[in-house]
Design a protein around this ligand. Structure first.
Ligand code: HEM
Length: 368
């Protein structure tokens, strides 16, 4: 068949936008380029392996960040050129991508990154197994998982240990660090709340006099703060309000295990259901002025079922208390030791793979 000019035009018009859409929506191509270009301009440290060829190294990272080239680049770059951080970045980037396993997609890249991350942990696992006879102490998460036994007294096999460690690091790292990033953002935007938080945390800081606060101290405050430590109530209100409004995990997935009737609709058995938790978290029926950052709203508990920031039921987030503590501890030190302001207070938002301002909340920070 001969291609006429009209056919070429139709092909370009038809495939061009499709290709553009692939790049734009799945791969965040231009965003990736922009971020990398900024990193490069601000002199980001190069990963090991690129020391001798900084420009080439940065170029490889630049292209490696976009999904279009990353499939090739991640495969071709020498061992050591990418760090575990890079693999997690790639994995998280594809976490909400369309599951299309072909070379140009973020999903494909995420799978590759997962494989490489597992390989790094596997090396560690092998090392630990060799030294197991000598060192019996459980010192880190990998040791803990290796020691763990199921109900029948069986240890996890290597694959289970590796799957668990990758899942825990993915679930526990990005979510908490994003929560902290959003807390910085909101507190910079609401200086009166920051001041209140600072005033309330200073007495603990002074009492500790440089000694580290412990998670136990904060955990105790969480359960008893109203009665015994009214000072610190706001700290956890700020944590709760940050994760509500930021909606880092905007959705929770379930499968209907039986036919379910809901508001006149039938959800058939076996269907996948996505609970869009951002909806109840910002519904004026549930909360007054829901888009306002107002930690005081937590003086009154949320309406039953309206607050699902960590999911719910048997699969509720396994790290929910840890995350709250981590953000709380971080905020305690931050508010009592530092002041900061947003470099780009009106930065635009990006929503995939997680909601965040496009500058990643750049701040100017100084000691109090
Ligand atoms: C602010 C931080 C965090 C948020 C907003 C968050 C949110 C969530 C949500 C919404 C789910 C799905 C729950 C469901 O399906 O009902 C989940 C699951 C999970 N999270 Fe988190 N999470 C956070 C921090 C953490 C941390 C720090 C860890 C561990 C170190 C962690 C480990 C997990 C695990 C293992 C699951 C899967 C639980 C299961 O399927 O049984 N998360 N998280």
């Amino acid at each position: 068949m001969e291609f006429t000019i009209a056919m070429w035009v139709a092909l370009v018009l038809g495939i061009g936008p499709l290709f553009g859409w692939l790049l734009w929506s799945w791969n965040d191509f231009w965003f990736g380029l922009g971020v990398r270009a900024r990193c490069s301009a601000s002199g980001t440290k190069l990963p090991p392996g690129h020391m001798g060829v900084p420009f080439l190294g940065e170029m490889l990272k630049l292209f490696g960040t976009s999904s279009l080239f990353s499939a090739l680049m991640i495969t071709l770059t020498p061992k050591g050129a990418y760090t575990l951080d890079d693999f997690f970045e790639g994995l998280v980037h594809g976490i909400r991508s369309y599951p299309l396993n072909v070379p140009v997609t973020a999903y494909r890249r995420a799978l590759q990154c997962q494989k490489k991350a597992v390989a790094i942990f596997r090396e560690e696992l092998e090392k630990k197994k060799k030294n197991q006879a000598a060192a019996k102490d459980v010192t880190d998460l990998l040791d803990g998982l290796m020691e763990l036994k199921d109900d029948e007294g069986q240890h996890l096999n290597d694959k289970e240990v590796l799957d668990n460690i990758v899942s825990l690091v993915v679930a526990g790292y990005e979510s908490t660090s994003l929560s902290i990033m959003w807390a910085l953002y909101y507190l910079a935007k609401y200086p009166k709340i920051l001041q209140k938080l600072r005033d309330e945390n200073m007495p603990l800081s002074k009492m500790k006099n440089g000694e580290l606060i412990t998670s136990d101290e904060l955990a105790k405050l969480k359960y008893t703060n109203k009665a015994c430590f009214p000072l610190y109530a706001l700290l956890f209100h700020v944590v709760e309000e940050t994760i509500r409004l930021a909606n880092i995990a905007a959705t929770v997935f379930r499968t209907a295990t039986r036919d379910v009737e809901y508001k006149g609709y039938t959800i058939p058995k076996g269907w996948k259901v996505i609970l869009w938790v951002r909806y109840p978290h910002t519904d004026p029926e549930n909360l007054a002025d829901p888009l306002c950052f107002n930690p005081d709203r937590w003086d009154v508990p949320a309406k039953p079922g309206s607050y699902q920031v960590f999911g719910g039921g048997a699969r509720i987030c396994a790290g929910n208390m840890l995350a709250r503590l981590q953000v709380g501890i971080f905020l305690h030190y931050l508010a009592t030791g530092y002041e900061w302001e947003l470099v780009n207070p009106n930065a635009e938002m990006s929503y995939l793979s997680h909601p965040k301002p496009v500058d990643g909340v750049e701040i100017a920070i100084s000691k109090l």
